[in-house]
Design a protein around this ligand. Structure first.
Ligand SMILES: N[C@@H]1[C@@H](O)[C@H](O)[C@@H](COP(=O)(O)O)O[C@@H]1O
Length: 251
């Protein structure tokens, strides 16, 4: 795991966007694994700006998103499909038919999980997967305790995750109880993983991550066992990570 320190949210977003843009330039038909949440907004803004100014093209890129709420239709303003269209896809030249997100309104969500897993395989796997991190260390919606071997699956969201995401919804009661998420096994097959963290609310989780212990209690800790992970975090997110750890992972 390699740590890149950023001064603040803006710089974290720029550095992450640079990595994504280089990936797309080197391999124009890349499969990008995408994430949602507030952490990603700055990155998507940078990608859109770069597309407008420098013409980086996504015409041949395929994207697969990490997760989707069960019960929210694509045109629901809180669905992750809606988020992706609004913040990225509508502003770049990717055909929507090349953008994939689990279908949260499928009649058979178990079958949908299997279909999604096969779909990622049929695309040739993920070249670059972007991840945010939940306050309890979750990646995608893989909550603490989830075995690392699980592929795409249905999850019951913990009250703390529903609470953390309630700010996007009219009220806490409106936050769905379930989601479909790529499993940790799915995420770990990605060839390169980029994890982003910003702000003091992520500081305790980042301190746990950089302790280095691999445990299902902190789902993101599995990334220590992946050969190609880059973490970009700002100073607030790293505020509880001791200097010696920053040096070890910063090399
Ligand atoms: N499923 C998403 C995660 O993929 C995301 O990483 C996390 C953090 O979100 P934020 O970036 O808003 O802090 O929120 C949700 O739970």
């Amino acid at each position: 795991m390699k740590l890149i320190e950023a001064a603040n949210y803006e710089e974290m977003s720029e550095k992450a966007a640079d990595i994504i843009i280089s990936q797309v330039k080197e391999k124009p038909n890349s499969v990008l694994g995408l994430a949602t949440g507030s952490t990603m907004l700055g990155v998507y803004k940078q990608l859109v700006e770069d597309h407008r100014q420098n013409g980086t093209s996504y015409r041949n890129v395929r994207t697969v998103n990490l997760d989707e709420y069960i019960g929210l239709s694509p045109d629901h303003p809180n669905s992750y499909r809606y988020y992706m269209n609004q913040h990225l896809f509508a502003h770049i030249d990717i055909p929507l038919s090349q953008t994939y997100i689990p279908n949260g309104t499928s009649d058979d969500v178990e079958a949908e999980c299997q279909r999604y897993e096969r779909l990622i395989e049929s695309l040739g796997g993920i070249d670059l997967q972007i991840l945010g991190i939940g306050r309890n260390g979750h990646i995608g919606f893989n909550e603490p305790g989830t075995p690392f071997s699980v592929p795409t699956h249905v999850v019951e969201l913990t009250p703390s995750t529903r609470q953390a995401n309630a700010r996007f919804f009219p009220s806490f009661e409106d936050v769905p109880h379930q989601a479909i998420t790529m499993g940790i096994a799915t995420i770990m097959k990605s060839r390169h993983i980029l994890l982003l963290a910003s702000g003091t609310e992520k500081a305790a989780t980042m301190a746990k991550l950089f302790e280095g212990t691999v445990t299902t209690d902190v789902p993101a800790s599995v990334l220590h066992t992946h050969p190609n992970v880059t973490v970009i975090a700002d100073q607030e997110a790293l505020s509880l990570v001791p200097d010696e750890k920053r040096k070890v992972y910063g090399k």
